[in-house]
Structure formats: structure tokens, C-alpha cells
Design a protein around this ligand. Structure first.
Ligand code: FYN
Ligand code: ADP
Ligand code: MG
Length: 582
């Protein structure tokens, strides 16, 4: 703006002007967006600089996908769209995986990418980083927009924000061609064109008859069950959800990212009796959870059906903001469409104070199954094998999280994911961040940075050695911003494990095997962080305690028995089998 101001001072006829750079920054700022995750380059380098100069937090990454994952998880944690900023074509594509993953998981996020000359791109004349980004983004996110004129920036940002957070949240693509940034308009005209979005995620009140239908069904249940999904965690209706669970006395099952919405140690948690309650329940109340693959589509053997397509006989009440979610897999007998806060509030009002607890035989049977599984788990966790296995290492993590319930737990891998989910109890809402609906690998360091930047609490990332590889270079980012992130690599020498052999006897190792005895801790040391090689639970405990205490970037290479774990963790059955035996 320096040259513009000089011009204004010397020419009394001319108006003060602003430009595309500043209008985008101002439009974000008046909507309370104060952080950008990205990776600078043509044509958005100066934009990133100017955003920082204007007081925004600009966090630069080493790969756009990780910046995108940071933005996505910031959106999940704050209900404000997380912003990811990338360059054109390749940078845009790198960010797009994160945008699509955010959309799949219902996280609000906006991917802002610079783009090349429209007239050259559209005639396919071969521009620098040429790509029709808008067309490519459209089918892969919730909404996609392009702004061509500086006067339209306010509307463009407003539309992007509304699309990201209203209704079912999701990812939005915003295409900003290079030429837009330099366009000038009169400052006052520019200011007037900005929109402060009023009520970006309007409440959606459920219809009274739909509430009554749900209450009637729930009231008649003999073996009711509540299923909490990450939509329930996102909704930040924590008190009401807890009240609904406790006042009805209905057992509940948290999906992975809903763990901690009520503490996992809660009496009514049926997490440790999962394979008992799903087929056993007669009425299931779904709160912000979809009947997708993670819930075996609401049918089949998991639900007590005779074969994989057969209905188990349950009746479903589903609370969801998206009307189209209803009947997506099985019949929903009582759809309750609205925002979770309003729907749960309406149920609570209808329940009143005289609600009868579920029949004692149902609760007793769950308790019996649960205590058996808890005892079995305690027995396994008490063992101390050499070398460490997942259980003995995660027993330490379990204690550390218990002692630090505000810490955020990021988790990815196969065995490293599945064992952590069932072993490490969570105590507070939105503290467990993981691979979500897709089972994606690569969210680890992006989520860790995002969580550390938008929250104040330390972050613990439990990573499979394979999963870590997808975003491992961001340890430099973690050190650069001095973030309180403690990464624990469950190092068992490979994808799933390190034991496969090349059947031909040739020089290449098997496709699942990595360098044996790799020292990931040295990567952290290379950038000035703390690296620890831990071969025993005691060493792991000491290193984690110190990391939480010091808040220094730390990477612990936890050496795990390479034979521990199973192929694909608990989802082995998803691997196709060859009919040809050789
Ligand atoms: C759970 N369980 C427990 C506890 N919590 N036992 C004792 N103590 C505690 N605290 C029991 C629970 O009853 C189950 O046993 C078992 O542990 C596993 O529980 P979980 O994890 O809840 O159940 P399950 O069957 O694994 O859940 C299915 C799933 C889940 C699909 C929702 O696996 C999932 O979220 N998977 C994500 C996988 C993924 O995305 N992977 C990334 C790609 S890996 P039983 O009741 O005896 O069954 C690429 O290869
Ligand atoms: P999980 O994987 O934990 O089971 P899902 O991602 O499958 O959870 O489901 C989340 C659901 O929550 C989605 O169907 C989404 O539409 C819904 N949802 C998200 N936010 C809200 C909200 N504020 N109110 C109502 N429903 C919501
Ligand atoms: Mg491994």
C-alpha cells in the first residue's frame, strides 16, 4: 500500500484504493478468520506475506496436503472453516486430497488456490501451472467458487464460509486467479463490498411431530442403544448430549472421534461390549453418526442379521442435519432432521423427569460382557514382553492421557490406530483426532500442527511407522513453530509389520517391509527437536512425561516387535482374497 498512499498524498483528485490482496485478507478477518495454513509460491507468496503483515497467523508447511489436513481439523475443532492456501495446479491438487477428506468427514474447510491466466487455461495454450482447477474441484467438495473481480471478493468469501459451515459442514474450493490479487478498487467501494456473514450456521429446529415420533420409539424400546458419532462431537452440544444419555440411562457407544464426548470410563459406555450391543439392541438412536462401513451399513452379522446383507431387525432413530442421510443404508423409522443441539434439546424437553430406565436385564447383560472385556484388557496390559508390543507401549500412552486429559490425541496407522482406539481412554470431547470416515493415512502431522495452532493443549500423535511416512517431513514445521507436539512412532519395521519375505528370493525386500531398526528420532533432532529411542515401556513413559512437561517438539521412536499386530489391524476382512492358491 506504500506507493498507493504516496499517490493519494500527492494527488488530491485521486481516491484511496485497495486491491485484491487486501480485500481477501479483510474479508477473512471481518468473519473472524485469523489463521491460514498453506505453502507459499506463485501466485500467492505476496498474499501470504501481506496476510501475516495484517496480523493473521500464517503457518507454512512442507507439503500442501498437510496444510490442508491442518485446516480441516482446525475446522472440526472450532466450527470455523479452516483455511488452506496453495499455489496453482500441482499445489492445488496436493491440497485437494485434504479438501475431499474434509468433505467426506463433514469438516468445514476452505481451500484457496491461486490459478493461472483464465484465457490461456481455457484455450489450453500451455500456461505455467495450467489447470482448470474449478472444474476439477467441483465433484470433489461441497461447493466450488471462482472470483474474477475484486468487487466480488466479499461475496466469494461469504459464499465459501456459508457453504463450509451451514447444514452438513464440508470442504469448499475458492479459486483466485493471479490477476485478481493486483486489481484495484476505491478503498471505500472495496470496504462496502465486504460481507460479515450473519449466522453462518443457522440452527435447524426439528419438527415437533418428528421429535414425538422419536420419543415414542425410544420409549417402547426394550434394549435401547445410543450411538455417538463425530457429528455429535463437532456440534459442541456436550452438556445436552451428556444429559440425554444420563437422564435416559441408555447405554451408548462412541464412534472413534466421539470418544471422550462423555468420559470413556463412564458407567453407561458400552464401548467394551461393542460386538454384544450392536446385534443385541432393538432401538438405536444415532446422533451424528452415519450407517456407513464403520457401522457395517446398519445390517449384516454385526447387527445380528443372518448374512452380510440381512437386516438385524433394529429400529433406528437418526439425528442428522442432512435429510438425505436418512434411509441411505437401512430404513430409518424415526428421522430427526436438524442440528444436533436443537434435536437433543427437543428430546430432553420431551423426556422430562419421569423417564424409565432401560430394563435391568439389558443393562446387566451389557455390564457382564463389558467387565469381562475390561478384565481381559487389564490382563493383557499388565504384561511386559520384550521387545515391546502395541499393548505394553499403549499402556503407557493410556496412563499419560489419563494424567493429561486436555491433551489432544492424533492417531493413524493400522494396528497403531486400532489398538490405540480401544486401549487409550479419552476423557474430554474433541480430543481424539484420527483417520475418520475414509481410513485415510497421512493426516498425522497436519492434524498435529492444526490442533496445536488452534488449541492451547499439548498434542500427542500416535503413529504407525508407515502412516508417519506420509507427512513426516512436517517435523520441521513442528520445530519451526516450536509446537508442543509429542510424536510416538510405533516402529515395527513396515506396513502392518516387518516380517514379510520376498518369495522370489530376489534382492528387493517385500512390498510391506521398511529399513529395519530405522531411527525416526534422528529426524526430529535434525531440526532441533528432542529425539528419543525407546525400547521399554519405562523409557517411553519417561520420554512422554518429559515431552508433556517441557512442551518441546519431541519424537519418540518406540521399538515394537516386528511380529506384533495383524494385517490391516481389525479390518483384515476388507482385503480381497485370491482364488488361486500357489
Ligand atoms: C473397546 N473394546 C474394549 C475397550 N474398548 N475392550 C476392553 N476395554 C476397552 N476399553 C473392545 C470392543 O468391545 C471390541 O471387542 C474391540 O475392543 C474393538 O473395539 P472397537 O475398536 O470399538 O471395535 P471394532 O470392531 O474395531 O470397530 C469397528 C470399526 C473400527 C470399523 C468402527 O475398527 C474402526 O473405526 N476402524 C477404522 C479402521 C481404519 O480406518 N483403519 C485405517 C486403515 S488401515 P468385541 O466387542 O469383542 O468385538 C489399512 O490397512
Ligand atoms: P462417525 O464416523 O463418527 O460415525 P460420521 O462422520 O459418519 O460420524 O457422521 C457425522 C454425521 O453428523 C454426518 O451425517 C453429518 O451430517 C452430521 N452432522 C455434522 N454436524 C452436525 C450438526 N451440527 N448437527 C446435526 N448433524 C450434524
Ligand atoms: Mg508398522
Amino acid at each position: 500500500m506504500g506507493s498507493v498512499e504516496t499517490q493519494v498524498a500527492t494527488d488530491s483528485q485521486s481516491q484511496e484504493v485497495t486491491d485484491g490482496f487486501h480485500l481477501v485478507i479483510d474479508a477473512l478477518k471481518i468473519n473472524g478468520i485469523d489463521t491460514i495454513f498453506g505453502l507459499p509460491g506463485i501466485p500467492i507468496t505476496d498474499f501470504a506475506r501481506k496476510a501475516q503483515a495484517e496480523g493473521m497467523r500464517v503457518i507454512s508447511f512442507r507439503h500442501e496436503q498437510n496444510a490442508g489436513n491442518a485446516a480441516a481439523i482446525a475446522g472440526f475443532m472450532t466450527q470455523k472453516p479452516g483455511i488452506c492456501l496453495t499455489v496453482s495446479a500441482p499445489g492445488f491438487l496436493n491440497g485437494l486430497t485434504a479438501l475431499t477428506n474434509a468433505t467426506t468427514n463433514c469438516f468445514p474447510m476452505i481451500l484457496i488456490s491461486g490459478s493461472s491466466e483464465r484465457e490461456i487455461v481455457d484455450l489450453q495454450q500451455g500456461d505455467y501451472e495450467e489447470m482448470d482447477q474449478l472444474a476439477i474441484a467441483k465433484p470433489l467438495c461441497k461447493a466450488a467458487f471462482r472470483v474474477l473481480h475484486a468487487e466480488d471478493i466479499g461475496v466469494g468469501i461469504a459464499r465459501a464460509i456459508r457453504a463450509a459451515v451451514s447444514g452438513r459442514p464440508g470442504g469448499v474450493y475458492l479459486d483466485l486467479p493471479a490477476k485478481l490479487f493486483g486489481q484495484t478498487v476505491e478503498a471505500q467501494v472495496g470496504k462496502n463490498s465486504l460481507i460479515k456473514v450473519v449466522d453462518p450456521a443457522p440452527r435447524q429446529i426439528p419438527a415437533p411431530d418428528a421429535v414425538q415420533r422419536a420419543l415414542d420409539l425410544l420409549k417402547g424400546a426394550k434394549r435401547p442403544l445410543i450411538l455417538l458419532g463425530k457429528g455429535a462431537a463437532y456440534a459442541q452440544a456436550d452438556e445436552d448430549i451428556r444429559a440425554l444419555v444420563e437422564r435416559t440411562g441408555i447405554p451408548y457407544l462412541p464412534m472413534s472421534m466421539a470418544k471422550g464426548l462423555l468420559p470413556d470410563t463412564h458407567d453407561q459406555s458400552a464401548a467394551a461390549a461393542r460386538s454384544f450391543v450392536l446385534p443385541g439392541a432393538d432401538v438405536v438412536l444415532l446422533i451424528g453418526a452415519r450407517l456407513n462401513w464403520l457401522l457395517s451399513h446398519g445390517k449384516g452379522k454385526t447387527w445380528g442379521g443372518k448374512d452380510h446383507k440381512a437386516w438385524g431387525g433394529q429400529k433406528f432413530i437418526q439425528i442428522d442435519i442432512s435429510p438425505q442421510e436418512m434411509d441411505s443404508n437401512v430404513r430409518i423409522d424415526a428421522p430427526l432432521v436438524g442440528d444436533i443441539g436443537s434435536c437433543v434439546g427437543a428430546l430432553l424437553a420431551g423426556i422430562g423427569s419421569g423417564w424409565a430406565k432401560p430394563p435391568a436385564d439389558w443393562l446387566g447383560a451389557i455390564e457382564e460382557r463389558k467387565s469381562k472385556n475390561l478384565a481381559k484388557m487389564a490382563e493383557t496390559l499388565a504384561k511386559n514382553p520384550v521387545p515391546m508390543n502395541f499393548h505394553s507401549a499403549l499402556n503407557v500412552v493410556r496412563d499419560i492421557v489419563k494424567a493429561n486429559p486436555d491433551a489432544v490425541l492424533v492417531n493413524e496407522g493400522a494396528n497403531a490406530l486400532d489398538f490405540t482406539r480401544s486401549i487409550v481412554d479419552m476423557y474430554k470431547p474433541r480430543k481424539r483426532l484420527d483417520v475418520g470416515t475414509w481410513g485415510i493415512m497421512g493426516i498425522g502431522m497436519g492434524f498435529a500442527v492444526g490442533a496445536a495452532v488452534v488449541g492451547r493443549d499439548p498434542v500427542i500423535a500416535i503413529e504407525g511407522d508407515s502412516a508417519f511416512g506420509f507427512s513426516g517431513m512436517e517435523v520441521e514445521t513442528i520445530c519451526r513453530y516450536n509446537l508442543p507436539v509429542c510424536i510416538v512412532i510405533m516402529n515395527n519395521n513396515g506396513v502392518y509389520g516387518g516380517t514379510d519375505k520376498n518369495p522370489t528370493g530376489g534382492p528387493d525386500v517385500a512390498p510391506t517391509v521398511f529399513v529395519k531398526g530405522a531411527r525416526y528420532d534422528k529426524m526430529m533432532e535434525a531440526f532441533g527437536g528432542v529425539g528419543v529411542n525407546a525400547t521399554t515401556p519405562a523409557e517411553l513413559r519417561r520420554a512422554m512425561e518429559e515431552a508433556i512437561r517441557s512442551r518441546k517438539p519431541t519424537l519418540i521412536n518406540a521399538v515394537i516387535d516386528e511380529t506384533a499386530g495383524t494385517e490391516s489391524g481389525r479390518i483384515t476382512s476388507l482385503n480381497p482374497q485370491s482364488a488361486k492358491k500357489k
